[in-house]
Design a protein around this ligand. Sequence first.
Ligand code: GLU
Length: 507
Amino acid sequence: MSKMWLFSRQQFAKTCKAYFKRTVKTAATRVRFAPSPTGYLHLGGLRTALYNHLFAKSRNGIFILRIEDTDQTRKVEGSVAALIGDLNWAGIECHEGPNNAGPFGPYVQSERLHIYQEHIQKLLDNGSAYKCFCTDRRLNILRRDAIKRHQIPKYDNKCRSLSNEEVKAKIKSGTPYCVRFKLLSDCQSFEDMIFGGIAYDVSLNEGDPVLMKSDGFPTYHFANVVDDHLMQISHVLRGVEWQISTTKHLLLYRAFGWTPPQFGHLPLIVNADGTKLSKRQSDVRVEDYRNKGVYPLALVNYITMAGGGFDHVAGAGVSLKTMDQLAAEFQVDKINSHPSRLNPDLLEECNRLEIKRQLLQEDTSKALVDQLQKLIQEKYPHENLNISEDHIRNVLNWATARISRIEELVSSKFGFLWILPSQNNLEINRNVLEKLVNNLENVDKFEQNSLKENLKRFSCENEMKFPVLMKMLRCALSGLDEGPSVAEMMQLLGKRQSLDRIKAVIK
Ligand code: GLU
């Protein structure tokens, strides 16, 4: 075997980096979505990913997926793959990430431990961080005492004042330690891209925070800042729950002597009545929406309708935008800073519009027909069915005005559309039906209102009570006692299908 190919992992990483340095110019706008792999992707996570994606896309920037898995105890097996699957489904492409090589990888934090080790040393060397040898037992006592005294529990920064000799002795004796950040009493402020001016003195409520745990893993705050800097993140757009941490992050940037990115925090997503979304509700998982027949573009538009970020045209009604349109119209300063209220009616409307949009394009409409064919076959495996493409398209054209999920079309209410009536139990008057066939052959437009008028006229001319005629006709068309009005059924089935069904009964 040729020796040329025997790269060590480090050599390989070095070669990749050199290659990317030569070939990739880093974009001015670089944003990231940095989920922890602790479970499924929920609506809030999708919103954060989406707004980062739109922000990058609107500025020809780069969107990075970074997996923040430093808390290994909370890691859920399979969640990274599921997360990437959900993002792909939603139409959010990552330029750099675990599955897309880039110049600043690896993009999974547990694979970057050597980088954090290197960087924690810098803070230890410049005196911004120190080793802490306090035991869990001591920390628990501190916490309990504080609670007893109705004070905010916080670390008392005891190890800050250990002498060099004391530190050396403890290390020599093998005492485990973590590394803490010296939190200076300093009110940090920043201009939040969405909330405006924010100022906060972290040290009022917190003791010195841990940056490196005793097991060699970094904490969220440390890894997050190091990675945002090394990955040249220009803008951090994340959920508002992280806003309280931002001033702490700014202190870390300062300790390193780095320029921080710009920060923007996205408000909470809440129910229509302002209550919090609950993880127990079935409507927070992206996967649940997908399984219930919601289309990706519908879900994406629904989220933007709650979150803002676009010019609001009063009275313009709901319109569905493609991802390209959304990116072109996106304005970060138009994102709402008040909680984003979801209006489920809008989701239905978006999904209805998406079905309509898909029906208009050849490739997507074919997929829609296939999808419906499959659903019908699954629902009625033992029936004699009409699922011809023509018939399905006909129904879909009608349906876009009425339904918002394709699945509705396989509910029993619409069974007559697909199931051909069986010839049993039919009480019919052949004579009248033959006349009716001749009459209907001359009707050009199979539209429910004119059909109804026509049937009324026919019942008078043939001295048959209208309800009796309708009952017979319903039976001939569907073999069922219930369903939408007969004229509506005929419109839905179309002229050919309606006449074929009646003729089959006469025979
Ligand atoms: N890992 C954090 C999360 O799970 C990321 C927060 C941030 O974007 O800084 O949401």
